[in-house]
Ligand binder design. Structure first.
Ligand SMILES: NC(=O)c1ccc[n+]([C@@H]2O[C@H](COP(=O)([O-])OP(=O)(O)OC[C@H]3O[C@@H](n4cnc5c(N)ncnc54)[C@H](OP(=O)(O)O)[C@@H]3O)[C@@H](O)[C@H]2O)c1
Length: 264
């Protein structure tokens, strides 16, 4: 991926983490294909990023849970003749639940929305990759996952399953695509201070009658680094996994959790 400007697809681009990743990569000179459902927010982001005045970024709306929307997205990549050097895939998050035995209908929806749909989108993106390892042109896929890929969380019963499915799929793809110079790694996040996560913390602080800082200290006491992650920190890790830093790394599930899972 060296010697020319890269084109990176970022899904969930308008979210707390997606925006931080998009700003970081755009500031480093990448051209971005931004994806999420809300077209106006996507377009506003494309116009706000570094490099926007050069027309470096495109916004392509997609609903990752919907197969028809995904095939339209794939058609757009083709119609615009976009060839990708990297993908940052952020599958929609399963809602927290402590029900270990959801109904078949609930599982069907969860698998479609959080795994099958996003995987269809990833397959379309892989079809628009043309790496050439002999010319040191590698393609990098980073799948954003969560720490329940490594450690059971009681309040994320269904995520425990779905995150492991992603790790299995990432390893399988890494094995199958390595020879073509396509790398696949997952980055498993612990609590990360996206706006919605920060708001939840604020609500819990208010409910407990303590300050934000006091609640944060309480909640992160069992995290060796003593803090939640920042979206900007995720962006730096993603950039590393897209860079030559990972030229001999694939199939890894990397924890970005301040040491919480102790999986070291
Ligand atoms: N924040 C954390 O603590 C944490 C922890 C572990 C893992 N993660 C993972 O990190 C990723 C990003 O999290 P975040 O905190 O940035 O979430 P967020 O702020 O809620 O952002 C979610 C993003 O995904 C898009 N999106 C949601 N549903 C979609 C769908 N069906 N199709 C296409 N795009 C969709 C949203 O835009 P639209 O609504 O416009 O579609 C938005 O851009 C997720 O994969 C999440 O599971 C986060």
């Amino acid at each position: 991926m060296s010697g020319r400007q890269r084109i990176i697809l970022v899904t969930g681009a308008t979210g707390g983490i997606g925006e931080a990743v998009s700003h970081h990569l755009a500031a480093a000179g990448d051209s971005l294909v931004l994806a999420a459902r809300n077209a106006e927010r996507l377009q506003a982001l494309a116009e706000a990023l570094p490099g926007a005045h050069e027309g470096r970024h495109s916004a392509i709306p997609v609903d990752m849970t919907d197969n028809r929307s995904i095939s339209q997205f794939a058609g757009e990549l083709q119609a615009r003749n976009i060839w990708l050097d990297g993908v940052v895939l952020m599958p929609p998050q399963a809602h927290s639940t402590n029900d270990p035995m959801p109904s078949p209908a609930a599982w069907t929806d969860l698998f479609q929305n959080c795994f099958i749909g996003p995987l269809e989108l990833l397959k379309a993106a892989i079809g628009r990759m043309s790496p050439d390892p002999a010319q040191t042109r590698r393609a990098k896929i980073v799948i954003i996952s969560g720490i329940s890929s490594a450690q059971v969380l009681g309040h994320y019963a269904t995520a425990n399953v779905l995150r492991c499915a992603w790790v299995g799929e990432a390893k399988t793809l890494a094995f199958a695509l390595g020879g073509r110079g396509i790398h696949v790694n997952t980055l498993s996040l612990g609590g990360t201070l996206s706006p919605w996560y920060r708001e939840g913390l604020e609500r819990r602080a208010a409910a407990a009658g303590v300050s934000f800082a006091e609640r944060m200290a309480e909640e992160t006491a069992n995290i060796p680094l003593g803090k939640y992650g920042e979206p900007a920190e995720v962006a730096v890790a993603v950039e590393g996994l897209l860079s030559p830093f990972s030229d001999h790394m694939t199939g890894l599930n990397i924890m970005h959790d301040g040491g919480f899972t102790r999986s070291y």
